[in-house]
Design a protein around this ligand. Structure first.
Ligand SMILES: [Zn+2]
Ligand SMILES: [Zn+2]
Length: 347
């Protein structure tokens, strides 16, 4: 084991640089991970562009898969050599009021991976044991990485939604999150309508399992959903308040519009559309570690997989720029060494 490791740091102003960092031991209730793969997520912009207060420099990355190589004092339930995942939520504290009531996602003492502490654009990462996710043996590290944020976020929202088997569920946006959401919705037994801008995504949406494709540039997506009987759930994976508003009246009575995208644009819906029909407008933030385990197991059992392209760690800056330009199809995964992710990842 070398005493230093390579990492990609971002400094103020969004400048990427490759650095050597000294290997440190994990602190209490933490593990040290030899990272094998890390997905590049749109939320990495929160780090690179300093949307949160950042103590620069910072290593981004919150779709991390690797093997535990050291346990800090007090860690129970995890072993050295075990392959684990780390998502956006850095691990709950276990003692705050929200943890004590079972709401681990909204723990008041939870840090965000790659924001308040260094993330996975790195050969080594220190993580809180309470945030770790189990990785099924039959998923390569590269295939598993995007499931830890894009996968967990969409799986969790659908799994906790009011939709039942056979209900109409709409997925808005066929990108990094949306292309997984369509697959999960299909495998959960829903009638699936995918909504994208333009006709280009129609074939892909059907291939991913959508029963219907609605081109929001060519027709009113809310009217199209009403023509199908109205959606029990509309899962909005694209950011932008207007996108949420444009589909909202496509909900059937009792339906819920669940917003996963984040942005400053307000969502304008009328109280009439909320009240008459008891419709709900809500947000959903990723999920608990146990739901992370379920996301990966479900993906392994059903064959749901992210479409990925892999690049070596040193190309992180270019990969990030490509993702931000909307040119990733659909997830870029950084690989830390030759070997990880080489076994067939299903696409
Ligand atoms: Zn993410
Ligand atoms: Zn807590």
């Amino acid at each position: 084991m070398t005493a230093t490791y390579r990492a990609i740091e971002v400094s103020k102003g969004g400048k990427f640089s490759e650095v050597q960092k000294p290997l440190v031991d994990p602190g209490s209730n933490q593990v040290r991970i030899r990272v094998e793969a890390c997905g590049v997520c749109h939320s990495d912009a929160a780090t690179v562009e300093g949307l949160f207060p950042i103590d620069w420099p910072r290593v981004p990355g919150h779709e991390v898969v690797g093997r535990i190589d050291a346990l800090g004092p007090g860690v129970q339930g995890w072993t050295v050599g075990q392959r684990v995942g780390v998502g956006f939520l850095g691990g709950s504290c276990g003692y705050c009021e929200l943890c004590r009531s079972g709401d681990l996602v909204n723990c008041r003492n939870q840090e965000y991976t790659g924001v308040q502490h260094d993330g996975g654009y790195s050969e080594v990462m220190i993580a809180r044991a309470s945030g770790l996710v189990m990785i099924p043996d039959d998923l390569s590290s590269a295939a598993a990485a995007p499931l830890l944020c894009a996968g967990l976020t969409t799986f969790n929202a659908l799994r906790n939604s009011p939709a039942k088997a056979g209900d109409l569920v709409a997925v808005v946006g066929i990108g990094g999150l949306g292309h997984l959401a369509v697959q999960y919705a299909r495998q959960m037994g829903f009638e699936v309508a995918a909504i994208g801008r333009g006709g280009d995504s129609a074939d892909l949406a059907r291939k991913l399992g959508a029963h219907h494709y609605i081109d929001s540039a060519a027709s009113d997506p809310a009217a199209a959903l009403r023509a199908l009987g109205g959606a029990r759930v509309i899962l909005v994976t694209a950011s932008g308040g207007n996108t949420v508003a444009a589909t909202f009246t496509g909900l059937r009575p009792g339906g819920a519009s669940i917003n996963l995208g984040v942005g400053p644009e307000p969502i304008e819906v009328t109280s009439t559309d909320l009240v008459f029909g008891n419709r709900r407008l809500e947000g959903s933030l990723t999920g608990t570690p146990a739901t992370g385990d379920a996301t990966l197991r479900f993906s392994s059992l059903t064959g749901v997989a992210a479409m990925i392209e892999t690049v070596p760690l040193e190309e992180a800056a270019a990969a990030y720029a490509k993702m931000m330009a909307g040119r990733a199809r659909f997830r870029i995964v950084l690989l830390m060494n030759s070997g990880a992710g080489q076994d067939a990842h299903r696409q």
